[in-house]
Design a protein around this ligand. Structure first.
Ligand code: SAM
Length: 291
């Protein structure tokens, strides 16, 4: 059974405690009762954007004072919060939506609180990544959360290429205006047949969860501008383990050949022997030489 929290008892305020409180990612019905009680009873709420969080506070009748906190807040904001905690105040950290610290501010204050021997307590609730994974129909026993990819295409492709051998399900956050470009890059790097899931506007009116091959999904999104709006999570099925093994063997053979032959010839031969793409091997060889 869960630990009983008697927050209606005035003595139940957990003193000198930093609560990390998840809030809904769209549907206010997802706010958990414990989060409401904690936000109502702490001394101060540290919010990513106090104006944004006002609506949530009004909806749940929370009148606790708020102050702004984000990870690039000046060090003195973190210090001031730690000083309040050391004095015995309780503080709740929230972000604009979902779980703080998950592609959101919070890491610095949690780190500082633990360094100051202050108790940090999570109050779990919604997170877009986990909500998306739970309904995506991709293997969920092992997954990797990559957060936001770079906004610049060249850098994004490099990040994706570094994940080519990843066999766990990959989860990305993406901005709506970059969704189509990102899908096209996913198809180019992982292949048009790789299974990808778009989880858009989760818990909201226009919630859409679409699972398709990368190439088809990119075409589907390109043909419907409605799909390029709102908030979205992209999930990519991990690489097939046999393919990863084949790829490893390709690079191993290439390394041996490239120590004796020109890069182009080594790439061509290694591709013939192992079936790994010649261009990928050649590019790998060039990258190795640059290092
Ligand atoms: N901390 C939040 C969490 O726990 O999910 C994530 C914050 S991050 C700044 C915002 C990104 O999360 C959005 O750009 C989008 O990729 C994803 N996201 C947030 N709400 C979403 C929703 N309702 N549906 C789909 N994706 C969402």
């Amino acid at each position: 059974m869960s630990k009983e929290v008697r927050l209606s008892d005035p003595n139940s305020k957990h003193r000198a405690c930093l609560y990390i409180v998840a809030t809904p990612i769209g549907n206010l019905g997802d706010m958990v009762p414990r989060a409401v009680e904690i936000l109502q009873t702490v001394d101060v709420i540290a919010a990513e954007d106090t104006r944004h969080s006002k609506r949530l506070m009004q909806h749940f009748d929370i009148t606790t004072p708020m102050m702004a906190y984000h990870d690039h807040s000046k060090t003195d904001v973190t210090d001031a919060l730690i000083a309040r905690l050391e004095k015995g105040d309780s503080i709740a950290l929230i972000s604009d939506a979902g779980t703080p610290l998950i592609s959101d501010p919070g890491y610095r204050i949690v780190d500082a609180a633990l360094n100051a021997n202050i108790q940090v307590v999570p109050v779990p609730g919604a997170s877009a990544a986990i909500a998306a994974l739970s309904a995506a129909g991709l293997p969920s026993d092992r997954f990797v959360f990559e957060g936001f990819l770079s906004a610049k295409q060249q850098a994004r492709v490099k990040q994706l290429e570094a994940l080519q051998g990843e066999s766990r399900t990959m989860i990305f956050y993406e901005a709506p205006h970059r969704l189509l470009d990102c899908l096209q890059d996913l198809a180019a790097v992982f292949g048009v047949n790789r299974q990808v899931v778009l989880a858009r506007e989760l818990t909201k009116t226009y919630e859409t969860i679409k699972r398709a091959e990368a190439g088809l999904l990119a075409e589907w999104v390109a043909a419907d501008s409605q799909q390029q709006k709102g908030e979205c999570v992209l999930l990519v099925r991990g690489a097939d383990k046999d393919d990863v093994q084949k790829e490893d063997e390709g690079y191993r053979v290439f390394d041996v050949l490239a120590s004796e032959l020109p890069l182009k010839q080594a790439a061509s031969l290694a591709a013939k022997i192992t079936g790994v793409k010649k261009n990928a091997l050649y590019q790998y060889g060039l990258d190795q030489r640059k290092q």
